[in-house]
Design a protein around this ligand. Structure first.
Ligand SMILES: Nc1ncnc2c1ncn2[C@@H]1O[C@H](COP(=O)(O)OP(=O)(O)OP(=O)(O)O)[C@@H](O)[C@H]1O
Ligand SMILES: [Mg+2]
Length: 235
């Protein structure tokens, strides 16, 4: 039975839609960075809660995996409020994930990796946390697991918590090749964005993604551009 995918996962559910097309732009940038600098491990973060990190991480992983031979892994590294597995409709039977592989040296990546039915996309859920999160994220074992993932996959996308209330994402940012910072259009305060960026090494920030922009083409979508897209816009 096909897993239930969240409607915001437009890159897999509605690849011909206007919303999905916006992720194609992100894909082109990431694929180019891969060729230029082997950017392989990419974390998606944002200044505050609810900016759209998880939606962006899901769609970025989806768009990279769709219609290509690329081996793509999505890791839920938001260990405090993980939602990736639920949005992909996986993991109910086996709750193990990243933290289990970090905490138990007998558990390896393939034992906590799931496939999204019908798509060339692998996923590692967050798992069940028993130890303090800052200890987990500082564990050398996490670095080893990410190295292993780097050898097996062309792209590894990590969903992370917001940058400001907790320091998890800042810790993770030290382990990846690049960061995508999500900004919720008309929502994320400029001051918070500035503060969040001070926590990151500017060299690793690949760019900002404006999420939920209601007029991404300055209103043209509703008139001249509509004919280009087969399905309704969902984001
Ligand atoms: N582009 C979008 N289109 C449709 N729904 C969206 C979009 N972006 C975000 N949402 C919705 O807004 C809510 C918050 O998005 P999301 O969970 O991706 O944010 P987040 O930054 O990961 O939040 P948290 O900080 O709690 O992890 C979700 O219900 C999500 O489905
Ligand atoms: Mg999230």
């Amino acid at each position: 039975m096909r897993q239930h995918l969240d409607p915001s996962l437009v890159s897999l559910k509605a690849p011909a839609s206007f919303a999905a097309e916006q992720y194609q732009g992100l894909r082109i940038t990431i694929e180019q960075l891969k060729r230029l600098r082997d950017v392989r491990l990419i974390a998606v973060t944002s200044p505050s809660a609810g900016d759209g990190k998880t939606v962006t991480a899901l769609n970025l992983a989806g768009v990279l995996a769709c219609g290509s031979d690329a081996r793509v892994l999505l890791i839920d590294a938001d260990l405090r409020r993980p939602t990736v597995a639920a949005r992909l409709g996986i993991g109910a039977a086996d709750p193990r994930g990243l933290v289990d592989a970090i905490a138990d040296t007998n558990v390896w990546l393939d034992q906590v990796t799931r496939q999204v039915d019908g798509f060339n996309l692998s996923v590692i859920p967050a798992g069940v946390t028993r130890v303090p999160i800052h200890e987990i994220l500082r564990s050398p074992r996490l670095e080893r697991l990410l190295q292993e993932a780097r050898q097996r996959y062309d792209f590894i996308v990590l969903d992370t918590p917001p940058l400001l209330p907790v320091f998890d994402a800042a810790t993770i940012s030290k382990l990846v090749d690049g960061l995508i910072v999500v900004v919720a259009a008309n929502q994320t305060p400029r001051k918070l964005l500035a503060e969040a960026l001070t926590l990151l090494d500017p060299a690793t920030v690949l760019g900002l993604v404006f999420n939920r922009d209601v007029q991404p083409l300055f209103g043209y979508y509703n008139s001249s551009y509509r004919g280009y897209f087969g399905e309704a816009r969902t984001a």
